[in-house]
Design a protein around this ligand. Structure first.
Ligand code: CNA
Length: 381
């Protein structure tokens, strides 16, 4: 940065445009913010992993699967779409497309913790559609559990919140749910925890779920409150909430806290287990990374490849290619088809009710990209 900027002909704005930053950001947010952004973006570009030249084909990928013993699998919503659970960012079927059709300019807002605290009904109006209704798992989940059975699964870092990994038999000790799950829910006020399924009825009914403990405490206090505190008819039905002291009695109508499913919203920290395990353990032992069914748009998961040792090969499996992360091999298609073909080439059998007998796939190169391959199923007719 210093090297570039000491030449008068290169301004920070000009340098920023080379990294895709809109120069107007400085006018809107000021110089200090702009310079911090620039440092961040340049730093990220500097840390971007480099593609390893020796790995390019689907057979290279299958050989790596056979050879490696500490495979990190990073997964996203794409591994559950074949079960009918929508992902976020697929162009026509994704949840964000539906939100935009309903008038949300920035669909991420629905999952923003500050927005949630301001107006939880926006989330509760929509979240029912994301509830895990299915009680089965996809061939890709099965493939990850096959890696586990073969003693090759180091850790499955899932961004998914549908809990289907457990259903597929992936052991808790080998699973990090980076973005939490619907399995539990917590009160935003008193931190009372309940089973996630306890608030499913409200989510399905598009009603905000309130904390039962807060509600009970408010009712108990109200019943116990002395007539002295009931200053006027206006205040007769007011109660103090737990954190109110008596001097505030007339200021607020106490309300119970809102329950939030324990999924990680934008603006919330990921669980400590994610950082601890990744940095202190898995980074040091991983020998292959498989990234499956994620757009790799949500940090810090999207940054994981840039923090792993440079010699560790990275394979990407998804419908669309990505270029913001340098993968060694990109296998493009429905992940269930891709993992079936990978397993077949590795000499393994992937058995699942959604893989019919005689199932076959076709693998084709992508023009101009020697490390991109299209994989699709061969239809009977
Ligand atoms: P995303 O940004 O919606 O990306 C999904 C990616 O998967 C896209 O690149 C798709 O092209 C690709 N894809 C979709 N279907 C398939 C398929 N059958 N085969 C191969 N690729 C496919 O979702 P991410 O997971 O990257 O984003 C992280 C968010 C999504 C997390 O916070 C999750 O909690 C959240 N999410 C989770 C679920 C779930 O738990 N099932 C559902 C929807 C959203």
């Amino acid at each position: 940065m210093r090297e570039h900027l000491k030449h008068d002909d290169i301004t920070p704005q000009l340098l920023g445009t080379a990294f895709g930053i809109n120069p107007e950001i400085q006018d809107v947010y000021g110089e200090k913010f702009y310079m911090r952004l620039l440092v961040n973006v340049v730093d990220r570009a500097h840390k971007k992993r480099e593609k390893l030249k020796q790995y390019n084909t689907i057979d290279d990928a299958a050989a790596l699967l056979k050879e490696k013993k500490q495979i990190m699998v990073i997964t996203g919503a794409g591994i559950s779409t074949s079960l009918g659970i929508p992902d976020f960012r697929s162009k026509t079927s994704g949840f964000y497309t539906k939100l935009m059709a309903q008038g949300y300019a920035e669909p991420e807002q629905v999952f923003d913790i500050f927005e949630f605290d301001e107006n939880p009904s926006a989330f509760y109006n929509l979240a029912g559609a994301l509830l895990p209704e299915v009680r089965t798992f996809s061939p890709t989940h099965k493939f990850i559990s096959l890696l586990q059975d073969k003693g090759k699964l180091q850790t499955n870092y899932t961004q998914n919140i549908d809990n289907l990994e457990q259903l597929a038999g992936i052991r808790p000790a080998q699973l990090i749910q980076c973005h939490g799950s619907f399995a539990t829910a917590t009160c935003r006020k008193c931190e009372f925890k309940v089973r996630g399924s306890d608030i499913f009825p409200e989510m399905r009914a598009k009603q905000v779920a309130y904390c039962k403990r807060c509600t009970e405490r408010i009712a108990t206090k109200a019943a116990a409150s002395t007539p002295k505190k009931q200053k006027s008819t206006i205040y007769r039905n007011r109660y103090t909430s737990d954190d109110d002291d008596d001097t505030n009695i007339d200021d607020d109508i106490p309300t119970p806290g809102v329950m939030k499913p324990d999924i990680t919203f934008f603006g919330e920290q990921l669980p400590d287990t994610f950082f601890n395990r990744f940095t202190n353990r898995d980074c040091k032992t991983v020998d292959l990374v498989l990234v499956i069914g994620t757009s790799m748009k949500v940090a810090p998961v999207s940054d994981m490849p840039n923090h792993l040792p440079k010699q560790v090969p990275h394979i990407y499996i998804s419908r669309e290619p990505v270029d913001h992360v340098n993968f060694d091999i990109q296998l493009l298609g429905n992940c269930d088809d891709v993992v079936f073909e990978l397993a077949r080439r590795a000499g393994w059998e992937l058995m699942h009710a959604m893989i019919p007998p005689g199932f076959q796939t076709v693998v084709e190169p992508v023009e101009g990209k020697e490390h991109h391959w299209k994989v699709f199923r061969l239809l009977d007719d």
